[in-house]
Ligand binder design. Sequence first.
Ligand code: JHZ
Ligand code: ZN
Length: 409
Amino acid sequence: MTPSTVGCRVCGATDLEVFLDLGRTPLADRLVSDPGGGEREPTYPLEVAFCPQCTLVQILETVEPETLFQDDYPYYSSFSPALMEHTRRNVDDVIAERGLGPDSFVVEPASNDGYLLAVYREHGIPVLGIDPAEGPATAAAERGVPTINTFFTRSLADELVAEGRRADVIHANNVLAHVADTNGFVSAIAALLKPDGVAVIEVPYLRDLIAHCEFDTIYHEHLCYFSVTALDHLFSRHGLILYDLRELAIHGGSLRLFVSRGESRRPAVDALLTEERRVGMDRAEFYRDFHRRVDEVRTRLSTMLRGLRAEGRRIAAYGAAAKGSTLINYVGIGPDLVDFVVDRNVHKQGRYMPGQHLPIHAPERLLAEQPDHLLLLAWNFADEIMEQQAEYRARGGRFIVPVPEPRIV
Ligand code: JHZ
Ligand code: ZN
């Protein structure tokens, strides 16, 4: 492991240990419009490190948030039916558990296109979305979800509090890992919550990332990779208690965290803290052979795709996902191996994947061209996508799932 000079994002410690180096990659959600047009595509180092003081796993590079999220952000949550289903169940549970009604107030930083808050609106519960990405924030406003088009910060939280708008519930899904000022974000949550309010936060779970070799979920938008140990420490720094949690299958394995000021700790939290200590997630050794496993996936996937190509097979890919960008750029999957990518998101179609410049088309292209193999870049939605593509499969198409180890199904 290489010692690093950058400070930990949460505790400031400077003795971080780098355990994985994915080289320089382009930004995962920065799709290319005109690959032949001389548009220079910047690349940034992608090194992952462990903090021996507070156990946080993090990347060292911080790309300015404005570059990552503000301008031309192509991710719209509503394009994934399984995510919508997951969200609806989450909201229904929270409404029932907290007894929410027309006098309640629900706030969501990183509300994207309003897919989650719209469900509260259906129940007549007042909401406020906050999102820096203009396209998704506009889409949210158009569907009737009031949205402030900006970043969620401590000063914004203080303004809302000054207006008497404290929250009964704050949802923060897949955003905690994305913020450069981790402490500022958590302190903003603490400030905005009513004394008996609760924050319901979803993050991808580091244990699953390591266990299933999901190295492709590492990209510049994801600054932190959380264990319960690191989260527990983070919230307690800001006077909050991580009092309950649930493990979720979404995004390759996530945690739903319940955080408040005064609730008493439920057994699920201690159970995972104990488990993490048992397997060693709080120690640097745990992470030391990860790079070897990642490189094994790279070699096997590259060999598999090259072998198929040499046999004259045509290969396409499904899902112009951000994680797909890490995968194709780290493994080196270019137009010589994969003809095109399909995605339902109309904002991605007609553009090209970062770095490797694979063209992105609508899914209808699959049946029109019937490639022999389909590399699942959005492997986290494998079941849903395979079901949708039953016809492609019936006609002889095969799927390639890249992680935890490349296999053809
Ligand atoms: P998906 C996103 O990452 C963005 P990505 C972000 N960086 C983040 O943190 C994680 O989520 C959690 C398409 N699709 O959601 C939609 C279909 O076309 O796995 C998406 O473009 N048809 C904020 O981008 C892509 O695949 C379908 O049936 O890695 C999936 O991307 C389905 C289900 C998806 O996350
Ligand atoms: Zn630390």
